[in-house]
Design a protein around this ligand. Structure first.
Ligand code: IVH
Length: 680
């Protein structure tokens, strides 16, 4: 049965391949082809004996040398804000109420779902057929793992029901059940293979296999819990959606519940908390989502998380151990971070041997010493922390840790500016620790993200003197033969690295900007700068003007929404150092910079790029909602009226701003007009 089906599908695939590759005349759409391939891969994975060298899965469409192909998400995959206490949850309900201008009495329906500790994935269906699967990646761009998702039983290949939208992207969590994890690890161990630390790592490692037939042997599962892009009607609430997902063939979590008040959701949370250990899979909290889609749409998002949802985390897991020694780590910006080297201890299923002690001030205040018995905690992927010293177990001869005046790595003087909590090494590019950390940052996930090139490689190549600045990375290809000789490398992996580096010769401006590792410029800020200045030339010319203390340039940058004085001063500091400027110039010799697109929803909006000011009291929506709605339409919302203002929305009892708008003859709307405008 499987064999006959496989033969038919393979024949179809071979025919389609020939049409596509040899005749340059495709007979199938990309979507149909991907669905076909996914089914072949799934059958072959289930019946490995049926795989032959002639199978089209073995000959074409193999994963590229650099790893997986990239997939740009049609709608970004967001993350969630966190609540830790019951009060935080009550406050979340309060925020929702205030944002939507709902009364204290109004019930707010909230869907509650266990927060599965796995990895999120986005699965696209066209006409009900599975066509594309992707990882979350950085939220904007993920990896194409279609073949791997195709082998997961919980992921339907063909949806059922007559109300499936033509284009439907379903999002959810790939995870491994605790029992399956234990059995799989036992089998790996028996084979003398490396075991995984926990089910989450096991799920991640299994899903990101370049060879989907390995993924197929791993017991992965999938819970669906959200939509990405979708054509046509999506219904009116999340609860309804969960029901539809089930009808279409997905697995949704049976514990999901619809609640109507903060008390209600807290009861649910504490109930789940007591049942946590007995559940078949790991969860790390509960997710609350405002149920009504119209409310969700009105609330929108901040930065990378929706305002209408939050995750309520379970308390961190703790353990007691001995602190053997305090050492110092020198970071990318020279910050000296004290680190606790611990007697290894298992916390929440993971062996922990180091914990951060944050900074000089914190260490001083907590007076944590070598030899102490300490309580440590770890929550999710967060670095473990020391939360308490058991003073009655402190040895008599212990001594307070003294921060050195010289950098432990390069010997340059350290200093701690007034009012700052961090002590820093002044060695900059002379300090090898700083140089190495900067390089690691440059290749990190939100920056250059070179496949198969990680922090350990940077350390090694730096120690050989092969890579000292970001530009040097692009000359590594010349050392392919030498790299192939290194332990753990070979001709194939060295060639793969060269290809992966080549693939990054074109990089988006935001990644480049973030990769430079300037303090205060995280990926979000880098994106704002990239979208504002569009090209590397314009952006760096702007920085040069800052260095020259050009007043206009300074004011122009500060006027950008999301850019504050600390960003400007850190950018100035960075580019004032001629070594830094030279390193950037050298880098630009090797790479081509791509402009970064603004989010697509903005493009056709009449408010795109416009500056809007709200003044007076709004009665039909909160100020926060008005601002968010304007921003969602691509507008910048400003607090003051000037001749650059495009629109002033005037509420009740408006004062000087309304007057100024009239004087400047600006376009204005009253609140009714504004609401009518929003409603289309
Ligand atoms: S909803 C905009 N629901 O948590 C909504 N996420 O911190 C985005 N997760 O990346 C996600 N269980 O990997 C949602 N029931 C659930 C979830 C869940 C686990 C993960 C997911 C996401 C992360 C956000």
């Amino acid at each position: 049965m499987a064999e006959t089906r496989l033969m038919t599908l393979r024949a179809k695939m071979t025919e389609a391949d020939a049409a596509y590759y040899q005749q340059d005349a495709p007979v199938l759409s990309d979507g149909d082809y991907d669905a076909l391939r996914a089914e072949v891969v799934a059958i072959e994975a289930a019946f490995p004996d049926l795989i032959t060298d002639e199978s089209p899965t073995q000959t074409v469409g193999a994963a590229p040398a650099g790893g997986f192909e990239k997939v740009t998400h049609a709608r970004p995959m967001l993350s969630l804000a966190n609540a830790f206490t019951d009060d935080d949850v009550v406050e979340f309900f309060g925020r929702v109420r205030r944002f939507l201008s709902l009364s204290e009495q109004a019930a707010i329906e909230m869907t509650c779902e266990p927060k599965i500790d796995g990895l999120s994935a986005a699965i696209t269906y066209k006409q009900g057929k599975f066509t594309l699967g992707a990882t979350r990646g950085d939220g904007s761009v993920g990896e194409n793992i279609t073949a791997n998702l195709a082998v997961i039983g919980d992921v339907p290949k063909q949806l059922t029901g007559d109300d499936v939208p033509d284009v439907l992207e379903v999002r959810g969590e790939v995870y491994m059940a605790k029992d399956d994890f234990a059995a799989m690890n036992a089998a790996l161990e028996a084979d003398g293979k490396k075991v995984f630390a926990n089910p989450r790592n096991a799920a991640a490692g299994s899903l990101r296999q370049l060879d989907p037939s390995i993924t197929a042997t791993r017991p992965l599962r999938f819970f669906a819990y959200a939509l990405g892009q979708v054509s046509g009607d999506v219904g009116s609430s999340h609860w309804e959606l969960l029901d539809r997902l089930k009808r279409w063939g997905f697995v949704t979590n049976p514990l999901n519940r619809l609640c109507t008040s903060a008390e209600d959701v807290l009861t649910f949370y504490h109930d789940i908390e007591t049942r946590r250990a007995a559940l078949g899979y790991d969860i790390d909290g509960v997710v609350y989502k405002v149920n009504r889609f119209d409310y969700q749409n009105r609330m929108g998002q901040v930065s990378r998380s929706p305002r209408w949802a939050t995750s309520h985390k379970f308390p961190a897991e703790r353990a007691v151990t001995t602190l053997n020694e305090i050492t110092l780590q020198v970071g990318r910006t020279g910050a000296l971070t004290p680190v606790a080297n611990l007697e290894p201890v298992t916390v929440g299923g993971v062996v922990v041997s180091r914990a951060t002690l944050h900074n000089e001030d914190e260490l001083d205040r907590k007076d944590i010493r070598a030899g102490d018995t300490v309580v440590i905690q770890r929550a999710g992927d967060v670095i473990p922390q020391v939360v308490e010293v058991l003073l009655d177990r402190r040895p008599d001869d212990s001594a307070k840790f003294v921060f050195p005046d010289a950098c432990p790595v390069c010997g340059a003087p350290t200093s701690r500016p007034e009012g700052e909590v961090v002590r820093r090494c002044s060695g900059d590019l002379v300090c090898s620790a700083q140089v190495v950390e900067r390089l690691k940052h440059f290749i990190s996930r939100d920056a250059l993200d070179i496949d198969g090139f990680g922090a350990k490689n940077v350390e090694q190549f730096y120690s050989f003197g092969w890579v000292k600045t970001p530009a040097d990375i692009f000359t590594l290809g010349e050392r392919e033969a030498e790299i192939a000789q290194l332990e753990g490398w070979g001709p194939a992996s060295a060639a793969k690295l060269r290809n992966a580096i080549e693939a990054r010769r074109t990089i988006p401006l935001d990644r480049l900007m973030f990769g430079l590792g300037i303090r205060q410029i995280g990926i979000d800020t880098a994106r704002v700068l990239a979208r504002t200045y569009e090209t590397a030339e314009t952006l760096f010319a702007q920085f040069d003007l800052l260095v020259a203390f050009d007043e206009a340039a300074n004011a122009e940058m500060l006027a950008i929404d999301g850019i504050g004085p600390s960003v400007v001063s850190e950018a100035r500091r960075f580019f004032t150092n001629p070594d830094n400027r030279a390193a950037v110039d050298a880098l630009l010799e090797h790479v081509t910079i791509e402009a970064v697109q603004a989010p697509t929803i903005d493009a056709d909006s009449v408010l795109a790029g416009k500056t809007v000011v709200f003044t007076g009291t709004l009665t039909q929506m909160s100020r926060a909602e008005a601002k968010a709605r304007a921003e969602a339409l691509g507008a910048k919302v400003s607090g003051s009226v000037s001749k650059k203002t495009d629109l002033v929305v005037i509420g009740l009892d408006a004062g000087s701003k309304a007057k100024k708008a009239a004087e400047l003859n600006l376009e204005t709307m009253d609140e009714d007009q504004w609401v009518a405008f929003l409603n289309g």
